[in-house]
Each structure stands twice: as structure tokens, then as C-alpha cells.
Design a binder for this molecule. Structure first.
Ligand SMILES: Cc1cc2nc3c(=O)[nH]c(=O)nc-3n(C[C@H](O)[C@H](O)[C@H](O)COP(=O)(O)OP(=O)(O)OC[C@H]3O[C@@H](n4cnc5c(N)ncnc54)[C@H](O)[C@@H]3O)c2cc1C
Length: 479
């Protein structure tokens, strides 16, 4: 209690009283993220709770907080949009400061000559994207959480969007950035087209999940926005493996559709109930300058020539309604409370040669080994981000909850997540494609990285020697 009072008093002195939230309801809500959305919807929070939520307005204020926190060994959980799904925002230590960058929300520069935009960490992607599209530009970044997610979190989680097969993930978009490390060191990585001046330091910051540093500013690439050239394509397939083969053919031949997705029948039925008819569905969008979009669309049509085409209007309409926002979150909460039912996802990746094996192994293990399989109302998967060497699989699972709300994650979410992670690692893939490790995949961080794991530990020890940054995220608490 005294430490909490000390923390609040110190933060007030550093940032001023308007920059602090110590309302008990806000502190309870800030102790978890969407991994615990079900108990949270019931108002069940088991703590520990943060001492305060602090809203800095500048890099200097972030540095002041991290200097004080490091000196006094107080834990810090960085936050921006709050859409985290893997426990990355969960508070595990008493006295934690939730350091929320959402008031640092200025678009600092849009440079249409050098094709870059610089934003503070609290700029929501949707706002930047709206401003850019009005000028005929785009970031090319479009995660489903785009209306709410902000640049600090988008960078810190290695986020990826629906158009990634053309534009890449955030790691392909970030040109330079600014971050603050424990102790208050402000580091700016300058904007250059490329350099060979030693290791790429951006990658210490991108994907750090708030466990090494706080991202204050990001510069991303821009592209021309030319939706008038978009070509929408969709196909129905009897066989998931045939869809994987068609995607691999398109990508390895050198074509880059922006959207490149393959849905299992169960997952596809969520989006295309009337057309799916128990089949797998492939959805693709070709974009760019007209000759490139046309050539890409022709290559897609050739690769799927043996499969039944869908009406392109269906695909265009699906894409226009895919994004999530606060309205959908409110509807989801109401539905969880009314029906004791919810849905989650786990996203992994693997080589082309083993992705179908991974898909089948997970589906079989969950159906046969998961003790509460009878409660599943949906089990399916889709591939949504493809690369020269392989693709991702995004497993989706919905279930009816037949236990107390606080037992839900142990009875359902954790065992389902574990099967998917174990199978991805077994086939030599990655246990996490884009949501981050958070706090619930840390039991496998060492296996994921193998003999490179000591590098990760040394990064943590070097940049955060007192272990104040997001304890329990990325690396296990008890390592
Ligand atoms: C419905 C839904 C759909 C989603 N779709 C996608 C998708 O398509 N693609 C995708 O990649 N993700 C998706 N996500 C996950 C999530 O939106 C992303 O991880 C996003 O990048 C998080 O951004 P945020 O601003 O909300 O970060 P937050 O939730 O605030 O934080 C996420 C993590 O980053 C850290 N962090 C936040 N801000 C900073 C900072 N300034 N400095 C250092 N660390 C920081 C936090 O400590 C936490 O570990 C989805 C989530 C939901 C709920």
C-alpha cells in the first residue's frame, strides 16, 4: 500500500495529476487483456492490480517515468491501443505502472516525396490511414484491429495486416523509430532506405512486446493508394491441401496478391455461410498499378483453374466488413454474458511442405484429445499470410462454456492453445505468427528459439537489468 502511494505521488510529481488514472475500476480493467475477456466480462479480476495508469505526453515524460521506475525497481507495462490478445497487458506484480502512450497521438510528418510518415506511438492506424488515403497514399498495413490498435503496440507486437502478402508485416514497413529504455535512455534509429552498418537495431525494438523498451515514435513506408485497379477473386475447393498447393504456386512463381487466404470449410462458413456449402474457400485480391494487378489476377485464375469461382462482389463485400472495432467488442461482451459462449484464435506458421500436416494434426488432436471437445461449436483454420518459403495458419475455435467464468482459461483456452503451439513446434514451424508471445506462450519460448534462446535472455539482461519492463512477457517470469 505504501509503495502504491509512493508510486502515485512520484508519478504525480513527474507528469502532473491530470496524467494519472487511479480509479479502482480502471485499474482492475487494466490488469488484464483480451486473453481474460470472459472473466473480465463478468467483472471477475483476480489481480494483482496496477498502482496507476500513467499517460505521458512526450518522450521526455516517458523517459522520466522509466528512469524513476528503474531506480525504484517498479514494474512497467507499456500500453497503447489495448487490443492485445495474449496476456501482454496482464499485470503480474504489485505496484505496476501501466504506461499508456495513447495521448502521444500526433501525426508528425507525411513525406510524399520520400514516401514516409512519422507518427507518435498513440496514433491509431485507422486515423493515419484515413489521412493518407485522402492524399492518395496508404501504409499498406491493415490488421483486423486497425480501428483501435495504435503504432506503439503495432510495432511492439510485430503486427501484420490483411494485405501482408504484398506489403509485408510491420517489420517490412518501419523505416526508423524512437524508443526509451529503462533508466531513461532515448534511442532514435534514423530513417534511411537501407544500411549495412552492423546489425539492424530496429529489430531489438520491433516485437519487444514492451519487455525491453517503450516505443515513442515510428516512421513507416508509404505506398500509392490505387483501389480502382483492385481485382477480387474467390474459389470453392473440395480439398484444403489443393488450396495450399495453389497458394504456393502463385507465390513461388513470383506473384504477390495483397490478400491471399484459404479457409477450411468450418472457418469459411463463418464468412460465406450461403456459398460455402461445406467447401474450403480461397479469397484473393490483386492490387497495384493496373498491369501488375491484371497479371496477378490472371496468375491467380490459372492456379485455381480447376476450382469453382466465386462472385467477385462477394469477396469485395467480405473485405469491406472484416474489420473489428469497439462496437463489435461491446456486442461480443453482451453475447458472452448472454450465451456463455466465445471464440479465440491461435496463429502459427510453417513451411509449405508441412503446413497441411500441421492443419490435419491440430484438427485431429483437438477433436480426439481435448477433454471438452463436445463443447466446441467451431473448429477450423485459415492461411492468411503467405511467403516464398511457407505460410501461416490461424486456428479458430469457439466453445460453449460449462464451468465457472474464472475457470474458463484453464479448462478451455490454455489446453487448446497448447495443442496448436506443440504441433507447430513439432513440424519445425513457429509457435506464434503475429500476436506476440505475451504471457501465455512463454512456456515454449526456449523451445521456439532453441540454441538462439540465450541471445534473447542476454538482450533482456542487457537492456532491462532490473527486470522492470513487462515482467512475464516474452520470457517466463521464473527463468
Ligand atoms: C479482434 C482483433 C483482431 C486482431 N487482428 C490482428 C491482425 O489482423 N493482425 C495482428 O497483427 N494483430 C491483430 N490483433 C492483435 C492486436 O491488435 C495487435 O497485437 C496490435 O498490434 C496491438 O496494438 P495495440 O496498440 O492495441 O497494443 P496494446 O494492446 O496496447 O499492447 C500490445 C503489446 O505491445 C506492448 N506495447 C504497447 N504499446 C507499447 C509501446 N508504446 N512500447 C512498447 N511496447 C508497447 C504491450 O505491453 C503489449 O505487450 C487483433 C486483436 C483483436 C482484438
Amino acid at each position: 500500500m505504501t509503495r502504491t502511494l509512493d508510486t502515485v505521488a512520484a508519478l504525480e510529481e513527474l507528469l502532473g495529476p491530470d496524467a494519472l488514472d487511479t480509479d479502482p475500476a480502471a485499474l482492475r480493467a487494466a490488469s488484464v487483456d483480451r486473453f481474460k475477456k470472459y472473466p473480465a466480462a463478468h467483472g471477475i479480476f483476480s489481480g494483482p492490480f496496477p498502482a496507476a495508469i500513467a499517460y505521458p505526453r512526450s518522450t521526455a515524460e516517458v523517459a522520466a517515468v522509466l528512469r524513476w521506475a528503474d531506480e525504484h525497481r517498479m514494474p512497467v507495462v507499456p500500453r497503447t491501443g489495448g487490443t492485445s490478445t495474449e496476456g501482454g497487458l496482464e499485470v503480474v506484480r504489485e505496484g505496476t505502472i501501466v504506461l499508456d502512450g495513447s495521448r502521444m497521438d500526433a501525426v508528425l510528418a507525411v513525406d510524399p516525396v520520400n514516401m514516409m510518415a512519422t507518427v507518435q506511438c498513440g496514433v491509431p492506424l485507422q486515423r493515419l490511414e484515413d489521412e493518407l488515403r485522402a492524399q492518395g497514399l496508404t501504409t499498406g498495413h491493415s490488421p483486423q484491429s486497425k480501428p483501435v490498435a495504435q503504432y506503439g503496440g503495432l510495432t511492439a507486437t510485430r503486427s501484420i495486416g490483411q494485405f501482408s502478402t504484398l506489403y509485408g508485416g510491420i517489420e517490412d514497413m518501419v523505416v526508423g523509430l524512437e524508443a526509451v529504455f529503462p533508466g531513461g535512455l532515448v534511442s532514435r534509429i534514423k530513417n534511411v532506405p537501407r544500411r549495412a552498418a552492423g546489425p539492424d537495431l530496429r529489430h531489438i525494438v520491433i516485437g519487444n512486446e514492451g519487455a525491453l523498451c517503450f516505443v515513442t515514435e515510428v516512421t513507416v513506408k508509404l505506398f500509392r493508394y490505387q483501389p480502382q485497379n483492385n481485382r477480387y477473386l474467390g474459389f470453392l475447393l473440395d480439398d484444403f491441401a489443393a488450396g495450399v498447393d495453389a497458394l504456393r504456386e502463385i507465390i513461388t512463381a513470383g506473384y504477390r496478391p495483397s490478400v491471399c487466404r484459404l479457409y477450411s470449410p468450418e472457418d469459411g462458413a463463418q464468412h460465406f455461410a450461403e456459398t460455402a456449402c461445406g467447401k474450403n474457400i480461397a479469397i484473393l485480391v490483386a492490387e497495384g498499378p493496373a498491369p501488375i494487378a491484371d497479371a496477378t489476377a490472371d496468375a491467380i485464375a490459372a492456379a485455381f483453374a480447376e476450382h469453382e469461382p466465386l462472385d467477385p462482389a462477394l469477396v469485395e463485400n467480405w473485405l469491406a466488413n472484416l474489420n473489428w472495432g469497439l462496437d463489435k467488442m461491446a456486442a461480443e461482451k453482451a453475447s458472452m454474458l448472454e450465451h456463455a459462449h466465445l471464440g479465440y484464435t491461435t496463429e502459427v506458421s510453417g513451411d509449405w511442405s508441412r503446413i497441411t500436416e500441421l492443419y490435419e494434426a491440430v484438427m485431429t488432436r483437438i477433436r480426439t484429445e481435448f477433454p471438452r471437445a463436445a463443447d466446441l461449436t467451431l473448429l477450423g483454420a485459415h492461411s492468411s499470410h503467405s511467403y516464398q518459403t511457407g505460410t501461416n495458419l490461424y486456428f479458430v475455435y469457439d466453445y460453449a462454456i460449462n464451468c465457472a467464468p474464472e475457470a474458463e482459461i484453464d479448462e478451455y483456452h490454455i489446453p487448446l492453445n497448447a495443442i496448436i503451439v506443440e504441433e507447430a513446434l513439432r513440424v519445425g514451424g513457429s509457435m506464434v505468427h503475429h500476436h506476440g508471445i505475451g504471457k501465455y506462450r512463454t512456456p515454449w519460448t526456449a523451445v521456439e528459439h532453441g540454441s538462439a534462446y540465450p541471445l534473447l535472455e542476454r538482450l533482456k539482461d542487457a537492456f532491462d537489468p532490473n527486470g522492470i519492463m513487462n515482467p512475464g512477457s516474452v520470457l517466463p517470469l521464473d527463468r
